[in-house]
Design a protein around this ligand. Structure first.
Ligand code: C2E
Ligand code: CA
Ligand code: CA
Length: 708
């Protein structure tokens, strides 16, 4: 075929760059004889730039030798066509990766060859290949450097890829590992080399068990390896079905976690110990009040989910104080410890026993509804604790009283108060008794509670007001004094006497508030009333010990100044016996400085000594009406009254007799030398309007009817 014909057939048909070279039979290199227009366009060489030159003019010099080595054998073999990759250089110096297809045609006349090269641009492919190759290299480096075992198996479980850590984890000869080795064989190898603790001694058997069809199923699993190492095995599958196995060494994590768990356990134990100690009574080892409160709460919780009931036994030792006082504290402690033992002997395992005060114990029981166990236990406790204890060869005789309260009669949060009430009831009946909080107590408690609410409301609404009971001169019958007595103007029940509210008010700690209200009101109305009167009577007030200690002295001084006559405070004889503190005496002195007289009320009911009387230095003694009542019938009380009057005379203290109901009593008392008389014979307590009538109607009260 002639060259011209060859050229016209092929050259311009293709859009790929084409170059034709001619190699003379004795030459090494081809000379360009033709390039098509696609060649000029792609590479930027005009035909005349390259035609006549060697083909290496547009080949990359760096890769030229590789190229030549690739094509030379084909020439040598006389191949008519072949392909080879080539890197071409464009006119602007840039490179073009090309796949070159060669067609070789012999030229008979000159014995040379025409070589037609068609170039296809494969730069994109080559670049991607280069990136992939680089990534592969990096990945391989990373996998190899990775400290944890990593491997890939094909879908038939033959080893494809692994890193040194993996090899080391499976065999003693990691370098001998070859691709294609089966997982089962490798597992056996690992087992035989002692790497699988659970397989030791039964390696083959273990492999048979372990090597199931889904041994490489994707998933995560933790396991122990060689005793001290812990691994997390992560398995996944590639798209082609290869199995990727990654074993992460989590020994450190596990060790830290275990250490943390151990630490938490120790902390908890220490906490428990501290809590335990904080809930215990040191002496007896029983619970303390805190434990009691806590357990009671737990019981209440438990009760809400079942039909059980809670019972509280309050145990109080009889004669404990005597043992302590006469035999010493060690003996007292011994009795307490012994008591704790005896209680523990009788209770059941779930009962809670606490010591809540010196010689007070509480047993908390959870029982089925209607159970009689609390009563039985109370009785056994009383019996058991009536036996004497022995301390250093001496006998300590004691005993116990028990108060019992239980749900549902008592509310859970009132159990302790009510068992205390029951205990009080038991003690009132004598020693070694059981008191049970019953329906009557419940009613009383309920009424007390209502009353307490009403008292508080009454205080807010200023429902407490003074009544007055006149005191007369024993000789002349003239009104010389008034005792202010508290009354409660109850909105429904009318006028209520102190017996109807004073005890509860004292329990509520508001007796002093009532005292204050009575005091202020009485001073206010009496100072207006008596301002015009010639001889205002003395005005006495009953005050509680609290009132003395908590007085607002400025207010008292101002009030006292407003009243034209003498103001006196009556204090119960028992107050003087109980309140001996310096503060109390100091406060009394201040009151005296304001000109307030002091009277000892209900004198003779307590056991105030002459010494105490001298120390207090009262202005008056009021003889208790229980001593006055029998004066006309009993010579003994007559003598007693005479000696009281004598003491008064000796110490320069006035004597008032109260509760005078008959003319006979009045005469005897006057004869004995009492200074003042007070009682229904003369007048009952009344509102100020009544006092007003008395003052305006007559000169004295000697004719007054005894009224109530
Ligand atoms: P008290 O101080 O011994 O008051 C005398 C009580 O005897 C008054 O009872 C009075 O009504 C009553 N009484 C008067 N004459 C006779 C009589 O001839 N025969 C009998 N059987 N009783 C007579 P009242 O008003 O019910 O007060 C009872 C107690 O309440 C008082 O006893 C006093 O201890 C206390 N009290 C009264 N008012 C107050 C107060 O404002 N503050 C305080 N802290 N206690 C008060
Ligand atoms: Ca009084
Ligand atoms: Ca009295």
């Amino acid at each position: 075929m002639s060259f011209e014909a060859f050229k016209s057939r092929f050259m311009e048909l293709t859009s790929d760059p084409v170059a034709i070279g001619y190699i003379a039979h004795d030459a090494d290199n081809a000379r360009v004889v033709y390039v098509n227009s696609a060649f000029s366009e792609e590479l930027g060489y005009a035909a005349h730039d390259v035609v006549g030159k060697s083909v290496d003019a547009y080949h990359d010099s760096e890769t030229w030798h590789d190229f030549i080595s690739a094509v030379r054998p084909h020439f040598a073999a006389g191949d008519p066509s072949f392909t080879a990759d080539a890197v071409l250089i464009r006119a602007d110096g840039s490179r073009l990766w090309a796949s070159a297809s060669f067609v070789v045609v012999e030229e008979q006349e000159s014995q040379g060859r025409y070589v037609c090269a068609t170039f296809r641009d494969i730069s994109a492919f080559k670049e991607a290949e280069a990136v992939a190759e680089k990534a592969r290299a990096l990945l391989a480096a990373a996998i190899n450097a990775f400290p944890d075992p990593f491997a890939i198996y094909d879908k038939d479980h033959a080893l494809l890829v692994w890193n040194p850590a993996y090899a080391r984890s499976m065999t003693d000869a990691p370098d001998d590992l070859k691709p294609g080795i089966g997982l089962k064989a490798l597992l056996l190898e690992a087992a035989r080399s002692g790497r699988v603790p659970e397989a030791i001694g039964r390696e083959e058997e273990w492999v048979e068990e372990y090597y199931t069809p889904d041994v490489l199923a994707p998933g995560v699993e933790d396991f122990e390896f060689r005793g001290d190492r812990h691994f997390r095995m992560v398995r996944s599958r590639t798209e082609k079905g290869e199995n990727v196995v990654l074993r992460l060494d989590v020994s450190e994590v596990v060790r830290h976690r275990r250490a943390a768990e151990e630490y938490a356990r120790q902390l908890e134990a220490a906490n428990r110990a501290i809590m335990e100690k904080a809930l215990r009574d040191d002496l007896t080892g029983l619970g303390n009040r805190r434990l009691l409160t806590q357990k009671l709460e737990e019981f209440v919780e438990r009760k809400s989910g079942s039909d059980g009931e809670i019972a509280v036994l309050q145990i109080d030792l009889d004669r404990f104080k005597q043992i302590n006082d006469t035999m010493g504290h060690a003996a007292g402690d011994h009795v307490l410890v012994e008591t704790a033992k005896r209680i523990l002997d009788l209770v059941e395992i779930d009962d809670v026993v606490s010591r809540i005060g010196g010689d007070e114990f509480i047993a908390l029981l959870y029982v089925s509804a209607g159970s009689r166990r609390p009563e039985r236990l109370a009785k056994s406790l009383i019996a058991s604790l009536s036996r004497p204890a022995h301390f250093e060869g001496k006998e300590c005789r004691f005993g116990a009283s028990v108060g019992l309260a239980r749900t549902p009669l008592s509310d859970p949060d009132e159990l302790l108060v009510n068992s205390d009430l029951a205990l009080y009831k038991a003690k009132r009946q004598g020693r070694g008794r059981l008191g049970i909080f019953d329906r009557a107590d419940f009613e009383e408690a309920r009424q007390n509670k209502t009353l307490a609410d009403e008292i508080m409301r009454g205080l807010e609404n200023a429902e407490f007001l003074p009544f007055y009971q006149p005191q007369v001169d024993a000789q002349t019958g003239e009104i010389v004094g008034l005792e202010a007595l508290a009354r409660w103007a109850h909105p429904d029940r009318g006028i209520v006497s102190p017996s109807g509210f004073l005890r509860i008010a004292t329990d509520l700690n508001v007796a002093a508030d009532i005292d204050r209200m009575i005091f202020e009101r009485a001073i206010c109305e009496c100072s207006q009333f008596f301002r015009s009167h010639l001889a205002p009577p003395s005005l006495s007030f009953n005050v509680s010990a609290k009132r003395v200690v908590e007085s607002d002295f400025d207010a008292i001084r101002r009030s006292v100044e407003a009243y034209p006559g003498q103001v006196c405070f009556e204090l119960l004889e028992t107050i003087f016996l109980e309140e001996e503190s310096d503060a109390f005496l100091f406060h009394l002195d201040r009151l005296r400085e304001f000109g307030i007289g002091l009277e000892i009320d209900d004198f003779g009911s307590g056991r105030a000594s002459v010494v105490a009387l001298q120390r207090i230095g009262p202005d008056r003694l009021k003889i208790d009406r229980r001593l006055v009542a029998p004066v006309s019938t009993s010579s003994k009380s007559h003598r007693l009254l005479r000696s009281i009057v004598d003491i008064g005379l000796a110490l320069d203290i006035e004597i008032v007799a109260e509760g005078v109901e008959t003319r006979e009593q009045a005469e005897i008392l006057a004869q004995l030398g009492c200074n003042r008389l007070q009682g229904f014979l003369f007048a009952a307590p009344m509102a100020l309007s009544g006092v007003f009538e008395l003052f305006s109607s007559s000169e004295g009260l000697v004719e007054a009817r005894p009224t109530r």
